[in-house]
Design a protein around this ligand. Sequence first.
Ligand SMILES: Cc1cc2nc3c(=O)[nH]c(=O)nc-3n(C[C@H](O)[C@H](O)[C@H](O)COP(=O)(O)OP(=O)(O)OC[C@H]3O[C@@H](n4cnc5c(N)ncnc54)[C@H](O)[C@@H]3O)c2cc1C
Length: 323
Amino acid sequence: MSTEKTTTTTDHPDDRERHDVVVVGGGPAGLQAALTLGRMHRRVLLLDAGGYRNDPADLMHNFLTHDGRPPAEFRALGRAELATYATVEVRDVAATSVVPDGDGFLVGTEAGNVATRLVLLATGVRDTLPDKPGLDGLFGTVAAHCPFCHGHEYAGRPVAVLGSHAHVGRQAAMLAPIASELVVLTDGGTLDDENAAQLAVLGAAVRTEPVSGFCRSALGARVSFGTGPDVEVGGILVGTTFAQSAPFAADLGLTLLGSGCVEVDPMGRTSLPGVFAAGDLAHVAALPMPMSSVLASAAAGQLAASACVAELLARDVGVLVPA
Ligand SMILES: Cc1cc2nc3c(=O)[nH]c(=O)nc-3n(C[C@H](O)[C@H](O)[C@H](O)COP(=O)(O)OP(=O)(O)OC[C@H]3O[C@@H](n4cnc5c(N)ncnc54)[C@H](O)[C@@H]3O)c2cc1C
């Protein structure tokens, strides 16, 4: 029996013209999704607008075999792997709209509309930093929002945690085994009793004056205050606020969680049949927060892509795959 098969089975008259899946986004989630779909000989189009969450970072960490690799190099390796799969096409163009169209979708681009049976959103989120002079230029190297990604790099030096929010104590505690000493910069804010107690246990210094700015220094960064002496640190942990990079989740009316991310089941299915989501823009409700990392995003892309395959098999052949 021959196993050769280059087209998919379907009853839809337009399916020779349609993609099986349009993947919107070419970060780790979208790249991995396209690889999984390409390996299953599905006709997949990946659209990439060219802006990535970790653009500010020189290096990415905490991904086995890629620890310390420049993010752009990681993506270039991914693109090269995709190029070996005949049914995968990558276009460096932004999607401008995603709208339901019969039993599929029309994805608008600057170069015209693309018809697809399924959509996999992997458009990520974008960060906004506290508005402090100099902080922007340090973000991704000396300043970071995630101690798993950038923390070890500050080892053996003083580390600052910026803010007086509810998680300051937890963030400081995570950095305690790494930093030579900890200083919390409340920037004029007040710590609640719980956080103050946690910081006392850690022996962290607390500076309560408003921070007037940051600049790069030999050790890492110099912090200036409205009053009082400067502090020099090897790294700064700073919380960001983030928002969806693209409007498609809102446009399609997808259910969002309190995190601001698209609610997905563990296989990346959203509240709208035919639309899947993976990576930083998505959140499995059972998890305490969106699991934002390169590896977690790639893994989510793989799962969502396999759910797309299952959906196509169910539609075309009536095969129900436990996914
Ligand atoms: C400063 C910083 C450093 C980080 N360092 C690390 C680290 O060391 N290790 C780690 O594991 N994680 C790190 N992260 C987290 C990591 O960057 C993200 O978890 C990961 O990039 C998420 O992947 P993604 O594919 O979901 O989104 P992204 O990588 O953000 O990719 C989104 C994709 O969607 C595309 N897109 C958006 N809108 C459109 C549109 N309209 N049309 C077409 N395409 C569109 C973009 O062009 C891009 O291709 C870091 C984050 C930051 C902010």
